[in-house]
Design a protein around this ligand. Structure first.
Ligand code: SF4
Length: 372
């Protein structure tokens, strides 16, 4: 834990903590209390909520609240992919909702309209469900992640949740855990028993997109530097280009970040890397326009995909993918590359093969995750 007197930049807007009355003495609540106590946020108010409250009143402009909640739903879920495109078969450990950072393209804006960052404080229930699932058949392998409804590490500084999860999963060598983030917090490294089962992951984008569309996040170089620290410590990392955005100057921008990756990492350090073109549910566009009035890429030409989401016209997507894949291949990347939510036709046009040629995307990524 840290003794620093100020919270990291992305947590500075947290101004209130809510806690379910049943969770007041939970280890996570105690840890958050202790960690906040040594910061400039030591005096923020705490409110205890009766069990089962499903509405928290909090609306204070840009301020955010942290809610330590007793969660009653399923913790282990399937990634909400769609049958219409090749999905990667990822499983999600659902440990909280919402994110303190702000990216203009973030889907979470459509899911959560408030500024309440929720963490499931009943960790024992989560671990008991995971233990039942992962322990039932030790020969069955799982590729899991925590970064679907939140950023895997955004609240780590206060909660230490990823560290706890890693410690718990240390007993399950049939599970590979990916921690996907846009910030740098490597405090979880101390809890790792098997570096080959933990996949630290960072999302990357063209520098222009990072500067204009992502706020309160770590810089691209900070993320790459963290990836290098992990690689030097024996981890393989994952990188994700999602969403790839079509903007004037995209070729130079994506070329620059791709070339920069290999100043920090070699292809052997990278377990896998996804490429996904910007996709948008119809209800997200007006939210982006409202929250990020300077954003222009939402006015590009889109078609409605088989999943009902708007996506860039196929020739433009293919042009961007081909450019990036060629550049990545020139640096020695190959079988680690995959598309998030694309059709067989696009796979063939860009890669020259389809997931069925190697037994399906889920199987392929499982092998990559387990280092085979
Ligand atoms: S860091 Fe990820 S989860 Fe957070 S706002 Fe950006 S895209 Fe959304």
């Amino acid at each position: 834990m840290t003794n620093s007197s100020s919270l990291p930049n992305h947590l500075r807007n947290i101004r209130h903590v809510f806690v379910d009355e049943t969770m007041q003495d939970s280890p996570i609540t105690q840890r958050v209390r202790e960690r906040l106590a040594s910061t400039s946020h030591a005096d923020i108010p705490w409110t205890t909520l009766p069990s089962g409250s499903d509405r928290v009143e909090f609306d204070q402009g840009k301020d955010q609240a942290l809610y330590l909640k007793e969660y009653k739903g399923k913790f282990l879920r399937f990634c909400p992919g769609t049958r219409a495109y090749h999905c990667c078969g990822y499983r999600i450990i659902h440990f909280g909702e919402n994110c303190p950072m702000r990216c203009s393209y973030c889907i979470l804006q459509a899911y959560f309209q408030d500024r309440i960052l929720k963490i499931w404080a009943n960790q024992q229930d989560l671990f008991s469900e995971l233990g039942d699932a992962f322990g039932a058949d030790r020969n069955k392998r799982y590729r899991v992640g925590t970064g679907e409804f939140t950023d895997s590490l955004a609240l780590e500084h206060l909660t230490g949740y990823a560290g706890d999860m890693i410690e718990f999963l240390g007993d399950y060598d049939n599970v590979a855990l990916e921690l996907k983030s846009k910030i740098v917090d490597l405090s979880w490294m101390d809890s790792v028993k098997r570096p080959d089962r933990i996949l630290p992951a960072w999302s990357l984008n063209a520098p222009f997109v990072n500067e204009h569309e992502e706020f309160d996040v770590s810089t691209l170089k900070e993320r790459l530097n963290a990836a290098k620290v992990c690689a030097d410590a024996g981890f393989r990392v994952c990188l994700h280009f999602d969403p790839i955005i079509h903007y004037p100057g995209w070729k130079e921008g994506y070329a620059e970040i791709i070339d920069t990756i290999f100043d920090y990492l070699s292809p052997a350090d990278i377990a896998y890397m996804s490429l996904g073109s910007f996709r948008c549910m119809p209800q997200l566009t007006p939210i982006i326009a409202d929250n990020f009035p300077d954003t222009t890429y939402i006015y590009n030409e889109f078609v409605s995909g088989l999943d009902g989401k708007a996506r860039l016209l196929r020739p433009l997507r293919v042009e961007q993918f081909q450019f990036m894949v060629n550049r990545l291949r020139s640096h020695g990347m190959d079988k680690q590359l995959y598309f998030c939510m694309e059709s067989t036709e696009v796979w063939k046009e860009v890669f020259g093969y389809a997931p069925s040629d190697f037994g399906g995307l889920g199987k392929h990524l499982m092998a990559q995750a387990f280092g085979e």
